[in-house]
Ligand binder design. Structure first.
Ligand SMILES: [Fe+2]
Length: 227
C-alpha cells in the first residue's frame, strides 16, 4: 500500500541544506523539518504546496537546521520538537554562550525521547536517537522513508569533530540504523552531499564508505576523523 504522505525535499542555501516538508495527502497538513537560513523560502513553499503546517521537527540543533524556526513561528504558532538530549545539551550552556555550531531552541520546545512515536498521515513515526554528529541527533522513521539529518548522507555521514560530536557514538548509531531500520526505506538527508538526492538504505549498505566500516570501531573512527 502506498503511504498517505509525500516528502518534498529541496536544496537551499550555502551549505547545500536539504529541507523536508512532509505532506499528509489526505488532510493537507504538513510537518516542516529543519527550517533554516531564510524563512521566506518556507513560507513560499508552504503557499505553493497549499499545505497547513502543524509542527516543526528538528533532527538536531545546529544553526543550519534551526535558524529559521523562530521567524517561521511568527507566522505559524505550531509546536517544535527536538531530542531531549539536544535540548539538555543546549540548555547546559549559559544563554548567549553556545558553541558556534548551535542555536538556541524555543523555550517551549517539546522533547522527543528514543523510540517515541508520533502519529502523522496514518503513520506511527518512530524517533531513533542517533548520537554521533551531535549528542542529540535523531532520525524520523516512517513506513517507506527515514529522515536522517546529519547522521547519514548518501555515500557519507555526519562530521564527528565538533562540540557535541563523538565518532564512537556515530559508529554505534549507524550500526543501529543498519540493524533496526528496514533496508527498503529511502533515506532523506540533511545535506545534498551525495551523488544522488536520495537512496535506499539497501543501496547505501553497498556503497556508503561509512556503512561499509561498521564491523571495526577503530577503523571506522580513524576513517571518520581522518577526512
Ligand atoms: Fe549538523
Amino acid at each position: 500500500m502506498n503511504p498517505r504522505y509525500k516528502i518534498h525535499s529541496e536544496v537551499y542555501e550555502r551549505y547545500e541544506n536539504f529541507s523536508h516538508i512532509i505532506e499528509d495527502l489526505e488532510t493537507g497538513e504538513a510537518i516542516i523539518i529543519d527550517p533554516a537560513w531564510n524563512e521566506d523560502y518556507f513560507l513560499d513553499r508552504i503557499e505553493e504546496l497549499k499545505v497547513t503546517p502543524v509542527a516543526i521537527w528538528l533532527t538536531h540543533g545546529h544553526h543550519d537546521h534551526v535558524s529559521a524556526v523562530k521567524a517561521l513561528r511568527d507566522h505559524y504558532p505550531i509546536p517544535v520538537y527536538a531530542s531531549n538530549v539536544e535540548i539538555d545539551f543546549i540548555n547546559s550552556y549559559p544563554k548567549g554562550d553556545l558553541p558556534p555550531a548551535f542555536r538556541e531552541l524555543p523555550e517551549d520546545v517539546i522533547p522527543l525521547y528514543d523510540n517515541d512515536e508520533i502519529d502523522f498521515a496514518g503513520e506511527r513515526v518512530r524517533i531513533i536517537h542517533t548520537p554521533g554528529h551531535s549528542s542529540g541527533s535523531i532520525c524520523f522513521l516512517l513506513s517507506q522513508d527515514i529522515i536522517t539529518g546529519d547522521t547519514l548522507f548518501v555515500d557519507g555521514a555526519g562530521r564527528a569533530d565538533i562540540t557535541g560530536s563523538d565518532p564512537e557514538d556515530l559508529f554505534h548509531s549507524l550500526n543501529r540504523l543498519k540493524e533496526e531500520v528496514p533496508h527498503h526505506v529511502t533515506i532523506h538527508t540533511g545535506h545534498a552531499y551525495g551523488p544522488t538526492a536520495t537512496a535506499t538504505l539497501a543501496s547505501q549498505l553497498k556503497t556508503n564508505p561509512f556503512l561499509r566500516r561498521l564491523n571495526d570501531i577503530s577503523e571506522f573512527v580513524e576513517y571518520r576523523m581522518g577526512r
